[in-house]
Structure formats: C-alpha cells, structure tokens
Design a protein around this ligand. Sequence first.
Ligand code: AMP
Length: 188
Amino acid sequence: MAMNLILLGLPGAGKGTQGDLIVKDYPVVHISTGDIFRANLAQNTELGEQARSYMDAGNLVPDEITSAMVADRLGQADVQEHGFMLDGYPRNEDQARFLDQYLQEHGTSVSATLYFEVSDDILRQRLLGRGRADDTPEIIDNRLAVNKAANLPLVDYYQAEGVLHTINGNGDLDGIYQSVKEILDALA
Ligand code: AMP
C-alpha cells in the first residue's frame, strides 16, 4: 500500500533537504503547500488572489482555503497511486483533524510523521548562514518562537495517534537520512 508521510520541523530543521532525498528513493508525491501557493501567486489564479494578502503579511492562509486546496491535490491520480509526502501542512490542529477525516473517508491514513528535532543553537546557526536580509538574529529568534508554538501541538497530536517518529536532526545530512530510511523501510 502507498505510504502517506508528513514532515514536521522548525525552519532550518532540514525538512526540505531530507524531503528531496526521500522522493528520490520512495515513490511518494511531494506536496508543499507553500510551493503550491507560490505557483498560484505567480500565475495570478483565483486561489493565488485569495492567498496573496495573507502570504504578503507572513500570515497563514485561512484553513478553509488551504485545506480545500490540499484535498483537491490529494484526490489526484498520482497521489492515489503513490501516496504523499506533505511538507508545510498541517500547520495547526484543525488542519491535522481535517486531514485525518479526509483520509478516513478515503479509506487510508497517515503512515508516519517524521519530526526533525534540532537544537535552537544549530537552527540559529543554519538560518543565519543563509544570509537572507530577513534573517537577523532577532527576527530568527522570533520566527523560531512562533513556529515552535505552532509545531508542538502537532507533535503531540501525532504522538497520540501513534505515528510520530522523532529524528535527531542535529548531525550531518547523510546520517540523518540513514535514520529516515530505517523508519521508512520498517513501514514498507
Ligand atoms: P512555506 O513556504 O511553507 O513557509 O509557506 C509560505 C506561505 O504559504 C506561508 O507563510 C503561508 O502564508 C502559506 N501557507 C503554506 N502552508 C500553509 C498552511 N498549511 N496553512 C496556511 N498557510 C500556509
């Protein structure tokens, strides 16, 4: 049966890098809600127009819009066949519940949630290393605090569901990916 994966972790935790490695080795479809929104903005679609003001302000797009978009994507044939790897969704408990209900209605479920846990010091170093204008130490600390508050309830949610796998994301990327593969290979 197709695997359904969720990636969780703070900015800088390595979700993007590990996600790129996962899709090379496993057939899952990579679904990044941020990427879908950005593509819609670029193409000036109606969805892009609905999302624009929220994204420009750095706020979450309302759940009705985001979850409808995710449901639409999950219903497509490639996901039905190969399963998914969600990146950037769910961002809050309502979205997590929506996803569970959607999957249940379609006779499937979350196979594993991979939570990349990285110390604050290393996250700060990695984010500072990107050298983006909005990556000053103060802004980084704020972004980490805001994201932590949003992330921890999801960690608890998937822990309670029995599908959470916490991965030590402090090391080098090959070592981290070995831990990921052990988890995914045990699911298959
Ligand atoms: P990201 O690239 O994941 O940081 O997403 C970029 C922007 O897209 C976010 O700042 C939000 O405005 C929007 N977005 C992405 N995923 C979600 C989500 N699950 N719920 C609400 N808004 C989202």
